[in-house]
Design a protein around this ligand. Structure first.
Ligand SMILES: [Zn+2]
Length: 414
């Protein structure tokens, strides 16, 4: 059905090698985006995992850009029959419902296949974060069934290390990917597990930001490794089933995490099953679950600070959220190797507590953090003090030059 819509062609699947790495690429030819190569690259020693016979990963990676531009997709290559059918019937209408400005499109492919690859990999991504550690702990340490036990880890560069809208951004994201990988690899090495670094330029096709389409970009890259994985646990973004339902307006049009439990099974193929894991817990429940797992105390990495370093900054929103929970259960000092506790106490804690007090009825993360603090008799600022301080900080941020407002902020919070 190539109607009067413009369309996107994905073709020329090929592998090239530079000696150390092997690259699988295809040409994306679109009236809106021009003619551009989309590629995925891994170290040569993992080459047997690359799916060279189907273009499933390329199709899922380009699905959202094509829908944003209203372009039908035609794949000049082979696609999983199950995936193609599910995309056209269910996924496209689902994305139109939950993500902004998505247009209805139709996907066609020259060839479909129901082949099941001969592989035994059970995988998940490892980032050192709470969600990733919780999925790993449950399906590696606690898992007795070998059918479900994780036996391979992967680390992707498809957006989580920074945006890729320009060559400079792509290079900065690549550098962060390398620095985080070099740090995190020690943990899989200890356990004797593969930790596959997969680089890509997929994020250059997703200028809307990682959060909006992270499920699609991640699944895209994992499908490229379909010759190794038969099951893949995708760690949820930190909200429980009930919280996804109750606070759906927080994520609607902003984050595919809202629809992961519905979306992921539909991105599975005859050969690889995706499982949305972790939604059975709240974030606080996850932290309590993994807190005594010793590697967490050496590798926990939650920071979202915008720098090239992989280290926890101890003052960004995610560092603060984690440290508030650790403080509530009396475990701050256990993590003093990974966080600068003094910096958190001096520069961030009071204002962060005030923000959580103010947000507790609107934000599920704040609500759970406050509930845990109260349960453990942690002293919290009153609502009136919190409200006034947050108001004042917001006012200085909006109306006073940043250099002066940050001085006022540090005066008010120390
Ligand atoms: Zn941080």
């Amino acid at each position: 059905m190539m109607d009067n819509k413009t369309y996107m062609k994905i073709s020329n699947l090929k592998t090239t090698s530079d000696g150390n790495n092997i690259k699988l690429s295809a040409i994306v030819d679109s009236e809106q985006l021009g003619n551009k190569e989309l590629w995925f690259s891994i170290p040569k020693k993992y080459e047997q995992g690359l799916c060279k016979s189907r273009m499933d990963g390329f199709l899922v990676g380009m699905l959202f850009p094509a829908m944003r531009h209203g372009e039908n997709i035609h794949v000049e290559g082979c696609i999983s029959a199950q995936l193609l059918s599910n995309l056209n019937q269910y996924v496209i209408p689902m994305l139109m419902t939950f993500l902004p400005a998505c247009k209805r499109i139709m996907i066609t492919a020259v060839e479909t296949s129901t082949e099941r690859f001969d592989c035994s990999g059970v995988g998940t991504g490892f980032s050192g974060g709470v969600d990733s550690f919780c999925t790993f702990f449950d399906h590696y340490e606690l898992e007795n069934n070998t059918e479900n036990r994780i036996n391979s880890l992967i680390f992707l560069n498809v957006g989580s290390n920074g945006p890729g809208r320009t060559d400079e951004e792509l290079m900065a994201a690549y550098n962060k990917f390398c620095s985080r990988y070099a740090y995190l690899r020690k943990f899989p090495e200890e356990l004797g597990l593969d930790f596959i670094p997969l680089d890509s330029n997929l994020h250059s096709f997703h200028p809307w930001g990682h959060q909006l389409t992270h499920s699609l970009t991640t699944i895209s890259a994992v499908l490229v490794m379909q010759n190794i994985y038969r099951k893949y646990f995708y760690a949820s973004g930190g909200l429980s089933y009930l919280e996804l339902y109750k606070f759906h307006d927080l994520l609607l049009k902003k984050d595919t995490a809202l629809i992961d439990p519905m979306l992921l099974p539909l991105l599975s193929t005859e050969s690889l099953a995706f499982v949305s894991d972790g939604t059975q817990f709240t974030r606080v429940e996850k932290i309590l679950r993994i807190i005594d797992y010793e590697p967490v105390q050496r590798y926990l990495n939650v920071c979202v600070h915008d720098s090239e370093s992989h280290e926890n900054c101890s003052v960004c929103s995610k560092c603060c959220r984690t440290l508030m929970t650790l403080n509530s259960i009396g475990k701050l000092e256990t993590f003093s190797q990974l966080f600068d506790i003094g910096k958190y106490k001096k520069r961030a804690e009071f204002l962060y507590l005030c923000q959580q007090v103010v947000l507790q009825n609107k934000d599920p993360f704040a609500r759970n953090s406050i509930k845990l603090a109260k349960k453990n008799n942690v002293k919290l600022p009153s609502f009136v003090v919190s409200y006034l301080l947050v108001l004042l900080i917001n006012f200085t941020r909006a109306w006073i030059p940043p250099t002066i407002s940050s001085k006022i902020k540090s005066f008010l919070t120390t």
